[in-house]
Design a protein around this ligand. Structure first.
Ligand code: PLP
Length: 761
């Protein structure tokens, strides 16, 4: 283990959940081991249990300022939300007039538990109200005019006290004036989950009808929560049964959870050990973290206004980096943060920031750092140190322009693949001549590519598009402006001044890059102007042999498909010829690097493609005529629209993504394997900056996904070498292992579940 790996985690994801306060855990444990009675039993054990429950409820009433309102214990906030919505809608149903259209309102930035539950109960109870999202402004504040207009017709309105992604709070008094000013009777639920311990609540002084809370967001265990019900607000039990909670919520009470909550309430009521920092201290912690972020990442943008946010949440974006990249980076530094909300972390953008009208990049790059009131100065100091190290690591891998000599950084050599969605850009660097060529540059990558060139002190020889892209703008112009000012090139970026080389008695234009030639081969079909670029060994070519490293084939051959030929400048007949002539020239083993990778397969070759793409196979074997190819291609391209997501697909998927069998290891199996077998190569598949921050000494090498194609090229002649790939969560290692297996590497395995499952926090 490296020194850094031994660092314990700094947990800054309190809005997702918190650890249980040691004293609360102790209290919970004692109700499991000694005071374990059922509060409904009338013997002494039961009475003792009931006393804990009653005392906890008394304290809850005090903490919430619930007055004569009721507090019912639940399993968590989602149950509290059901309770509020079910109660309100059952009561509202009884008051509805036939043929009148009603609405139900909720804040556009509400936790998904609210709108999803509204939809559910609206349907189940056959209410058929129109469910409408209340817009928010750029600060996340609810639109009062919208409420004023819509609330007279509403059965229920749901708002939140504090947003879980941004920490933005609503002014509940101002909101109440608008709501009650326009509808005195509408049922009002306020999700107070993220407000507990961070905002003062005097619920009985408000006309809020229902307010759900959750224990695990404030140092109690998961599985305990509570809901406030205003005195006189209608109530329908969500769970019926043994009549616990005065018949309002049946089921034997969660005594360990209640005992833990009891301890938390003591802290909130200042009767505890004083482990919760006060508001002023929390503000200082936020300022310290914000400053550390600004120092480390000078271009950082905060996605919310600190003035109307609780001090325990920071939501930010770093230009040029996706949420996933920053999450992976911070995770490698054992700094736990979240992208958007934890419950929907597969989603690559934040609906909350979208609702606030923030630019798409901010939403796609959003990172949330959140802490609870029990955070310590030492934890914040350590977090700031790690933020600094994270930036240094990005500088080390040239993704940030950090100070430091090139010699201190890993010299880039060979091929790097960059991806934005399903599109790819390729950079090839020659370390000896310190030159580079970029193929199919995407505009989103301009800054990243420019930073790499500058940081690596590479001279750009050319930035070339393989064709005029219909689905996106080229990023070529920005690169050319910065690096190729004096170069005359055609509109695809191919330099006017080139050399000529001869391959198979045909002459082609080529440019020189280190010990390689980049040879241009016209491969029209997808578009009239499509070219393929073949990177091959210079000396060998001069002596008559073609030794190909890579073929940048644009959209001629895509992984699992052929480029579409239904554009106005497409020609399927030409594609037929292009496929045959390119395959003849480069053979079936050369690595094909297309300009799209829709299924995370990285790279391919004619052999792998023709084994799963029958049309391509038929073309290469001469089993179809040009006319038959054109006919089949027309049919194939008809499927393209069906597959269209956000991006324009450049080829219809024809092949299968069937995965080869992979050897999967768990942590102990891997350990055993490594002890048993010294021949196996262990490869860390994370990005270099993650690797630099934290890696196990046992690794033979670091091959990030961006460098997988380069690795495949280097390893082509040793495909039976046993490889075991490892990453953070087991997902990148699986994807990479599949890609290798598909290209004939027949001894590849990976660590299922990744580092995460082997590491203790
Ligand atoms: N509401 C908000 C604002 C939340 O942040 C969460 C949890 O993320 C919930 C509701 C759901 O809470 P629970 O996990 O207790 O069901």
């Amino acid at each position: 283990m490296s020194e850094q790996q031994a660092l314990s985690q700094i947990y800054l994801d309190a809005n997702a959940t918190t650890p249980v306060l040691p004293k609360a855990a102790k209290a919970a444990l004692s109700t499991m081991e000694t005071m374990f009675g059922n509060p409904s039993s009338s013997h002494i054990s039961g009475l003792q249990a009931k006393q804990i429950m009653d005392e906890t409820r008394r304290k809850a009433v005090q903490v919430l300022g619930a007055g004569s309102g009721q507090v019912i214990f639940t399993s968590g906030a989602t149950e509290g939300i059901q309770t509020g919505i079910l109660s309100a809608l059952c009561a509202a149903k009884g008051k509805m007039h036939a043929h009148k259209q009603y609405s139900i309102l909720y804040g556009a930035t509400e936790h998904k538990a609210v709108p999803e539950s509204l939809k559910h109960w609206n349907k189940v109870l056959e209410i058929d109200a129109q469910i409408k999202a209340i817009p928010v402004d750029e600060k996340g504040t609810l639109d009062y005019d919208f409420i004023a207009k819509e609330v007279p017709n509403a059965l229920m309105i749901c708002t939140m006290a504090v947003n879980n992604e941004t920490g933005v709070y609503q002014d509940l008094s101002a909101l109440e004036m608008v709501i009650r000013g326009h509808n005195a009777d509408v049922f009002w639920m306020v999700d107070c989950v993220q407000a507990l311990g961070k905002r003062g609540l005097e619920l009985a002084n408000t006309s809020i009808d229902y307010a759900p809370f959750s224990g695990h967001k404030l140092y109690a265990p998961k599985g305990i929560g509570f809901v406030y019900i205003r005195e006189g607000a209608p109530f329908t039990p969500f769970i019926a049964g043994g009549g616990q909670e005065g018949g309002l919520r049946s089921g034997t009470e969660n005594l360990p959870g209640l005992a833990a909550l009891n301890v938390i309430f003591d802290e909130l009521l200042d009767n505890g050990d004083g482990v919760f920092a006060n508001a002023g201290q929390l503000q200082l912690f936020r300022s310290q973290l914000a400053l550390a972020l600004k120092n480390a990442f000078p271009t950082v943008v905060f996605n919310h206004d600190f003035a109307n946010s609780v001090p325990t949440t920071l939501n930010f974006a770093i230009p040029g980096f996706s949420s996933k990249e920053i999450m992976d980076l911070f995770d490698a530094a054992n700094l736990r943060v979240s992208s958007g909300s934890a419950c929907s972390s597969k989603v690559t953008r934040s609906f909350v920031l979208d609702a606030m009208g923030l630019p798409a990049w901010q939403s796609e790059s959003a990172i949330r750092m959140s802490f609870g009131p029990a955070v310590t100065q030492q934890q914040i100091d350590q977090a700031c140190d790690r933020i600094h190290h994270c930036a240094q690591a990005l500088g080390h891998s040239c993704l940030l322009n950090a100070t430091g000599n090139i010699d201190e950084k890993t010299q880039l050599q060979g091929l790097v693949q960059f991806k934005v969605g399903g599109s790819c850009s390729w950079l090839y660097a020659d370390p000896v001549t310190k030159t580079a060529v970029i193929i199919d540059p995407l505009p989103e990558l301009s800054n990243r590519l420019l930073t790499i060139l500058q940081c690596q002190q590479l001279q750009l020889v050319a930035a070339i598009d393989t064709h005029g892209h219909a689905d996106h703008q080229s990023g070529r112009i920005a690169l050319a402006k910065a690096h190729l000012d004096n170069q005359h090139a055609d509109y695809l970026g191919w330099p006017v001044e080139t050399t000529e080389v001869e391959i198979a008695q045909r002459r082609f234009a080529a440019i020189s890059i280190g010990d390689k030639y980049l040879v241009r081969i016209a491969t029209p079909g997808h578009t009239e102007d499509s070219i393929s670029l073949v990177l091959c060994d210079k000396d060998k070519l001069l002596s008559g042999a073609l030794d190909v490293s890579y073929v940048f084939c644009g959209d001629l051959v895509l992984m699992g498909s052929l480029g579409r030929t239904n554009f106005s400048t497409s020609d399927a007949k030409q594609m037929y010829q292009s496929l045959q002539s390119l395959a003849q020239l480069v053979g079936d083993q050369s690595l094909l690097c297309p300009s799209h990778d829709y299924h995370n397969e990285f790279v391919t070759n004619f052999k792998a493609e023709s084994s799963r793409n029958s049309l391509l196979n038929d073309v290469l074997n001469g089993a179809v005529t040009v006319e038959q190819f054109v006919e089949r291609k027309v049919e194939l391209d008809k499927n393209i629209n069906d597959q269209t997501g956000e991006e324009i697909m450049c080829g219809a998927f024809t092949g299968s993504c069937t995965k080869k069998h992979l050897q999967e290891y768990n942590g102990s199996e891997l350990k055993e394997k490594l002890q048993r077998d010294s021949q196996v190569k262990l490869i860390d598949i994370r990005e270099p900056h993650e690797y630099a921050l934290n890696h196990d000494q046992e690794f033979d090498m670091n091959v990030p996904l961006t460098r997988l194609t380069d690795f495949i090229c280097q390893q082509q002649h040793n495909k039976s070498q046993e490889l075991i790939l490892v990453c953070r969560s087991g997902s990148r290692s699986q994807v990479a292992a599949n890609a290798l297996a598909r290209l004939g590497f027949d001894n590849v395995g990976h660590l299922k579940g990744g580092y995460a499952l082997c590491q203790s926090s």
